[in-house]
Design a protein around this ligand. Structure first.
Ligand code: C2O
Ligand code: CU
Ligand code: CU
Length: 483
């Protein structure tokens, strides 16, 4: 698996000699709840940010990438005074949290105009699972642009998983993965048709806003990495030189017991937590993003009569291995720290009362006066604010069959708000282990069956492709939980 990237790795390490960047990833929480209230201020604003050797005119929360890390516990109330200092409207979404999708909670139908302040407030249920979540803007038609510009941050819920002794003994680090594109003037380039269709990607890969940061692990120790794919469209196929990864949590929190992985695949919006054992010879090891083919829609592009000139910044960026971060052995623990044997049982859901089929596809054509138009569809339709696509009974369990019907189409990253789900099968094959997810990839020609319990909160929420250009181009639907 390592041989393919070997030549490229040499080039990359030469690069890192030219631009040594030994910024240390840090696990210090930015904002933690105090006596069951997390009260904080977030401001979206234009900010000049250094990315490796370049300065970029980006947009940030509170001047930093990622935005401040917010931490709360089950049962806590969260109150965020959010101010928009951008020249366009925006809003906030709390990706993966099981909280109301209405009012001034996780309501993506709110729009905060330039100069306006909006207070977001919600209370985490007392039984909310511990996990790694993600806040980002969610105003339809602006999401890809604003996330690609730099907006996003981590939201941590600390609870049961964090109390397992082996996990408490581990050193904790975060990896907030985000790619960027900059032109010579330090501006984010406008996407062309190809970028929109594939979903925009950039050549500058960052973790915690840094190019190739160092993460340290004590020899014989354990490292707990919480990884967020905060990229607009990029899929990450992660692998750590000489070290297996022990998966302990997916989007929605802990799994039953650690699962050993050689690679970890994360689609946009997905998170995972892994443990790493410091049991190799002390030194430096690269965390790599391996090549990944998510389909390119080229067949569709030809059918759509697109000419040349479509290869902008991004189109072939996933063809080579790239270094995300460097794991470095430092210090030493006298006795090897063990992996936990058990984590937290994942409940088995009851049989569904209803099965729905959701087809994912792409359409394109020439529009007089408007040129090439691209749309992404659920069941043949683009998003409509005023249409309810799925009316579900609050308290019920449903199976959704997600079908990517484009024969040589692109992979999508299906995401549902408010209620996490479990994956039942892929192309009829049962999922390898039981886990809570809220975002998952659906490859061309694939059918994925998920099981969703609709719990606690009535009202309208959305599901969409988390390749955010696809979402902005129509691949979003409304689910209404009816009491
Ligand atoms: Cu991460 Cu609907 O969003
Ligand atoms: Cu979300
Ligand atoms: Cu998509």
């Amino acid at each position: 698996m390592w041989t393919a990237g070997a030549v490229l790795l040499t080039q990359l390490s030469r690069n890192s000699v030219l631009s040594p960047q030994l910024q240390q990833a840090s696990a210090a929480p930015s904002t933690t709840s105090n006596s069951s209230l997390l009260e904080t201020v977030l401001e979206a604003r234009p900010t000049a940010i250094q990315l490796g050797q370049q300065w970029g005119n980006l947009i940030t929360y509170n001047g930093q990438i990622p935005g401040p890390r917010l931490e709360a516990k089950p049962g806590d109330t969260v109150r965020i005074r959010f101010t928009n200092r951008l020249p366009q409207a925006t809003n906030l979404h709390f990706h993966g949290l099981h909280i109301p999708p209405t009012g001034n909670a996780d309501n993506i139908f709110l729009s905060v105009s330039p100069g306006e302040t909006q207070t977001y407030e919600f209370t985490l249920p007392k039984n909310h699972p511990a996990g790694t979540f993600y806040y980002h803007p969610h105003l339809h038609e602006f999401v890809a642009e604003q996330v690609f510009g730099g907006l996003g941050g981590i939201f941590v819920v600390r609870g049961e998983l964090d109390e397992i002794p082996e996990i408490q003994a581990a050193k904790e680090e975060f990896l907030f993965l985000k790619d960027f594109a900059l032109n010579a003037n330090g501006e984010v380039p406008r996407p062309n048709h190809m970028d929109l269709m594939r979903g925009r990607e950039g050549l500058i890969l960052t973790a915690n806003g840094q190019v190739n940061p160092t993460v340290t692990i004590p020899a014989k120790g354990l490292l707990r990495l919480r990884i967020v794919n905060a990229s607009t469209s990029r899929f990450y196929r992660l692998s750590l030189e000489n070290h297996p990864l022990y998966l302990i949590a997916t989007d929605g929190g802990a799994i039953t017991k650690p699962v050993e992985l050689q690679e970890l695949l994360l689609s946009p919006g997905e998170r995972a937590e892994v443990l790493i054992q410091g049991n190799r010879s002390p030194g430096n090891y690269q965390l790599l993003s391996l090549p990944y083919d998510r389909g390119n829609g080229m067949g569709m592009m030809r059918d759509g009569m697109m000419g040349g000139g479509m290869m902008n910044s991004s189109s072939s960026t996933s063809n080579a291995s790239q270094v995300i971060a460097t794991l470095s052995y430092q210090d030493y623990i006298p006795q090897q720290l063990p992996l936990p044997e058990k984590l937290i049982p994942v409940e088995t859901l009851p049989q569904p009362s209803k099965i729905r089929r959701i087809e994912m596809s792409m359409a394109m054509g020439m529009q007089p006066g408007m040129g090439m138009q691209i749309a992404f569809l659920f069941n043949g339709k683009t998003f409509d604010m005023n249409r309810i696509d799925a009316a579900v009974k609050l308290g019920s369990v449903e199976d959704w069959e997600l079908v990517n019907v484009d024969p040589d189409g692109m992979e999508h990253s299906f995401h549902l708000h408010t209620n996490p789900f479990q994956v039942i099968s892929r192309n009829g094959k049962p999922d390898p282990y039981q886990a809570w997810e809220d975002t998952l990839r659906v490859r061309a020609n694939e059918t994925v069956r998920i099981r969703i319990p609709f719990r606690n909160f009535a009202g309208k929420a959305v599901y969409h492709c988390h390749v955010l250009d696809h979402e902005d181009l129509g691949m979003m639907g409304i689910v209404e939980m009816q009491a």
